[in-house]
Design a protein around this ligand. Structure first.
Ligand SMILES: Nc1ncnc2c1ncn2[C@@H]1O[C@H](COP(=O)(O)OP(=O)(O)OP(=O)(O)O)[C@@H](O)[C@H]1O
Length: 265
């Protein structure tokens, strides 16, 4: 009986949220991503690292079908979210992107009020019955994004009037307002100062309690601070994936070692 429970718990601990198998991406003739196999775990921060142009963002964008919007991109292979093929014709990419939210490198609030930036997603996906429920989602999302106290008295002010760090937290609030299960972050701190970066990193750590978070970063220090799993990409291939501590202290592949010691990059 005890043994059974142990086995069940172990299985639960390694639950894969997203499974990618044999994923390839071409942009026209350019083979940007080569045969990537990886399992992204639930309630875990996974960092994608690697030199510029190695395919990190391309792979991130595969996970919520953002590459569908790039005319020259051709994606092959199988990606599942909770076991369901995200390329299944019955899957609506807009619904998928509500479940697999995205935060970009440069904060990109809509030219709308702080309130409406966050309310937009729940409104178009019909997640709220009436104003009170919508306002509650806005408040909860801003609280989760650690922004509520700074903006609660000016919800009608334009989102674009906030500081860069606040705008990025607003974009995180906007992404989590649709109750996603996975949050994809493409270099979310690259336009932020060190204080705003520390706030966003702290937030990422808190979000891990609820979501699976995938972050593309150029900063190995950031990957080491925020992630539990790290994937190292090089020339379009996923070279090594493992525990973040292991990747940074005891990499198995010489290319990973060359990158983390600054010899390639
Ligand atoms: N829309 C596109 N059209 C054509 N080629 C592209 C496109 N987007 C990316 N690429 C190419 O695909 C390869 C991988 O790019 P990608 O942006 O995924 O790399 P990355 O590792 O995220 O780079 P960086 O760290 O500089 O952002 C690069 O050679 C890039 O030039």
């Amino acid at each position: 009986m005890n043994d059974m429970r142990l086995v069940e718990r172990d299985v639960e601990q390694v639950t894969g949220k997203i499974e990618a198998r044999g994923v390839q991406v071409h942009y026209g003739e350019k083979h940007a991503l080569k045969d990537v196999d990886v399992t992204i775990l639930d309630r875990t921060v996974t960092a994608f690292i690697g030199p510029s142009g190695c395919g990190k963002s391309t792979f991130l964008r595969c996970l919520n079908r953002m590459n569908d919007t790039v005319a020259s991109a051709r994606v092959e292979g199988r990606i599942t979210l909770d076991g369901q093929d995200i390329h299944d014709p019955r899957i609506d990419p807009v619904q998928l992107r509500a479940k697999v939210g995205m935060v970009f490198q440069k904060p990109n609030p809509f030219p709308k009020s702080i309130h409406d930036n966050v309310a937009y997603g729940p409104r178009i996906h019909g997640l709220a019955r009436g104003k009170a429920e919508l306002d509650a989602i806005v408040e909860t999302s801003l609280r989760k994004a650690a922004l509520w106290d700074e903006v609660k008295d000016r919800l009608d002010a334009p989102g674009t009037g906030l500081s860069g760090g606040q705008q990025q937290r607003l974009c995180i609030a906007r992404a989590i307002a649709t109750s996603p299960e996975v949050l994809l972050m493409d270099e979310p701190c690259s336009a932020l100062d060190p204080i705003a970066t520390a706030q966003v990193e702290e937030l990422i750590d808190e979000l891990r309690a609820q979501f699976s978070v995938v972050i593309v970063t150029h900063s190995m220090q950031q990957a080491a601070r925020v992630s539990q799993k790290t994937a190292f990409f090089h020339l379009g291939s996923l070279v090594e994936y493992g525990e973040t501590g292991q990747i940074f202290t005891n990499p198995r592949d010489p290319r990973t070692e060359a990158y983390i010691t600054g010899r390639i990059g």
